[in-house]
Design a protein around this ligand. Structure first.
Ligand code: AHR
Length: 640
């Protein structure tokens, strides 16, 4: 392997080369990175109808002691549904309430993780014609173990109108499968609405599950593409992500049913929260907006201007000063300074749909007119032919087998160097090769990423998809069958894997997650020209970068090689352009990702079965003889 490190050779990779794509899929957000513990906190999951779907809220007691129903009496005009709890039993008389009371509980998203010594803020809205005595508790899943409890005692005059109540609960025990209970032993009627329970300890205090976000922080992402994916489009436009309904006070957000991935979200994780998260990660936001096209319906270009205006408003929300109409909404939410929004994508996977080009041009012209610096991403693949419309970047999505993806490392070798750059915004090995996150998939992805890095003169951005899966919500074949056709159906049928798997309290990275770590320093690095001259080149692919580490200010040379074949390969590496004593072999390391079986996966039981191992690399120098084990991904990290 020849590495050309002659001063001035190679090219500079984009500062935003490697980042993340977050989609609200597999409960990645609701019941995932967004730390809200209550599911369906406004009782709105059935839409604005009564009776509404209050699932997963359930009854504590039986019909002789309590009746739960919904009505439209809420004080929140965007989400009128409230829970009505008619308590028939009492502390005295013929119908005595059971010990512990009657009421309702919410198990959250497959159980709430409540931990000893941690504090949780419960907020609820309550109304009653009578005085109330309500216990707010975290308990075990069957209610038998009380972890934390507090009483709300209020005179009728205090709760005659809707009243917001906040309770801080410090847990006396740990239970990963807890529930939130609202109970009473007093006869009467109580209405509840907008019930939230959040841990006080969240990532940077902004409401995200710390341990999940710390995992992605470790990838040093330079951008975050959000909030989808098909989630942005919707099966039908009426169910697409509409940003205005996701900002402002959480109690007033209507929530919506994501009809592609088939679940309700309260939209606590809204447009503002995505922008905040991106900023907290030190990344740049990439806002994918709905362009008037869903999987099954489209707005004609002649009627698309309200959608265009909605997007212009979203840009004002992000970037306008705090006196502007939408900038003031952002400021009121706690962020007077603008967010650094520089990238938008016009839709998702909509190229080729009847109205795409027409709608795209309307968005393009309006955005460029108002914000000339914003980079606009088209859904149309420009890797093998010129786009017929202006764009700063174009989306490229690929989900395929391991062999295919490995061979696609050369996809961009012959792409015109003149047009807009590619944004490989979704890639992954899927299907049989992938399982729920195999080493084989990761190895092929490593090869593909090396190919992208080599071609980063024409590739501006890269992100894996999808990022997170709640292990309780892996999409199933049966459910997919219920959804109409389209690309996402195909993805859904084959869906799996995701980079990070979690449940209420655990998380681990799939091998695909760990592969991305190898590229954490590549954004903005100098990519050197490398040439493989060995015999078995078809199973090998290599790249090399140099960069200066921002922390220790040292210069590094990193050579990455994937051996996709089943034989070990001896490789002589020669670095041209560096003095023979320029590598510090004591400060150099070697990192390998390999595994016993190609289909090995990590799991909650064995989260570190397939993870990179790092060791000192004493053979480091400008001429090195290395042996690449079969099916391995090796990174030689040389200190210069
Ligand atoms: O990443 C999952 C889905 O795959 C995305 O929603 C979509 O863009 C693609 O079809």
């Amino acid at each position: 392997l020849l590495v050309n490190a002659v001063e001035g050779s190679g090219h500079r990779a984009s500062e935003t080369l490697f980042g993340l794509f977050f989609e609200e899929i597999n409960h990645a957000g609701a019941g995932g990175i967004w730390a809200e513990l209550v599911s369906n906190r406004g009782f709105e999951a059935g839409g604005h109808h009564t009776p509404s779907n209050i699932d997963p809220w359930s009854i504590i007691g039986d019909e002789s002691s309590v009746i739960l129903s919904t009505d439209s009496s809420s004080c929140f005009s965007n989400n009128k549904i409230a829970l009505k709890m008619e308590v028939l039993c009492d502390t005295t008389g013929s119908n005595i309430c059971p010990t512990g009371g009657v009421g309702t509980y919410n198990p959250g998203f497959w159980g709430m993780n409540i931990e000893q010594g941690k504090t949780y803020k419960v907020v609820l809205h309550v109304k009653s014609l009578n005085s109330v005595s309500i216990s707010v508790s975290f308990t075990s899943s069957d209610g038998s173990q009380i972890l934390a409890t507090s009483n709300i005692i209020a005179a009728a005059s205090d709760v005659l109108n809707w009243t917001k109540v906040e309770v801080m609960l410090e847990s006396q025990g740990t239970n990963h499968n807890s529930r939130l209970q609202l109970t009473t032993t007093r006869k009467g009627v109580i209405w509840f609405d907008q019930v939230s329970a959040m841990p006080m300890d969240t990532y940077k205090g902004h409401g995200f599950r710390r341990e999940l976000i710390e995992m992605i922080e470790g990838l040093k992402p330079r951008f975050l593409r959000f909030p989808g994916g098909c989630f942005v489009e919707g099966e039908w436009l009426r169910n697409a992500f509409r940003w205005k309904e996701t900002v402002g006070p959480w109690e007033e957000r209507p929530g919506h049913f994501g009809d592609v991935w088939m679940y309700w979200t309260d939209d606590g994780l809204g447009y503002y929260e995505f922008l905040q998260l991106t900023e907290d990660l030190g990344a740049l936001p990439v806002w994918v907006f709905n362009n008037g096209i869903s999987h099954n319906d489209q707005v004609a270009t002649s009627s698309v201007s309200p959608f265009v205006q909605e997007v212009l408003d979203s840009l004002e929300f992000a970037r306008g000063d705090s006196n502007s109409t939408w900038g003031s909404v952002r400021a009121a939410m706690g962020h007077p300074q603008p967010f650094d929004l520089r990238y938008v994508a016009v839709g998702n996977e909509d190229c080729g749909k009847k109205n795409y080009r027409g709608n795209y041009l309307k968005f393009y012209d309006a955005i460029k007119h108002a914000y000339p610096d914003i980079q606009i991403i088209s859904n149309c693949d420009g890797s093998s032919r010129q786009l017929d419309h202006p764009a700063d970047l174009y989306d490229f999505h690929i989900y395929t087998s391991a062999n295919n993806l490995f061979s696609m490392a050369h996809q961009f070798d012959h792409t015109s160097r003149a047009g807009p750059k590619a944004f490989v915004s979704e890639y992954a090995v899927t299907g049989n090769d992938a399982g729920t996150g195999s080493f084989l998939a990761a190895l092929a992805e490593a090869g593909f990423l090396i190919g992208l890095e080599r071609n980063s003169d024409v590739i501006g951005m890269v992100s894996y998809a999808p990022l997170f899966v709640n292990s309780n919500d892996r999409r199933s074949f049966q459910m997919a069958g219920a959804i109409s056709n389209g690309f996402c159906l195909k993805a859904l049928l084959l869906w799996n894997p995701d980079a990070i798997v979690f449940n209420s309290w655990q998380q681990y990275g799939t091998p695909s997650f760990w592969v991305q770590k190898f590229f954490a320093e590549s954004s903005g690095a100098t990519v050197l020209n490398t040439t493989l001259t060995a015999n078995s080149t078809s199973s090998l692919i290599a790249s090399a970068i140099t960069w200066q580490n921002a922390d220790d200010k040292n210069n590094y040379l990193r050579i990455k090689i994937v051996n996709f074949g089943s034989n070990s390969v001896s490789v002589k590496i020669s670095v041209d352009g560096l003095a023979s004593n320029s590598i510090d072999s004591f400060g150099s390391t070697k990192t390998i990702l390999a595994s016993v079986n190609l289909m090995d996966e990590n799991s909650f039981q064995a989260p570190n079965k397939v993870v990179p191992t790092e060791s000192l690399f004493e053979g480091a120098g400008i001429d090195m003889d290395v042996v690449l084990t079969p099916h391995s991904f090796t990174s030689f990290n040389l200190l210069r």
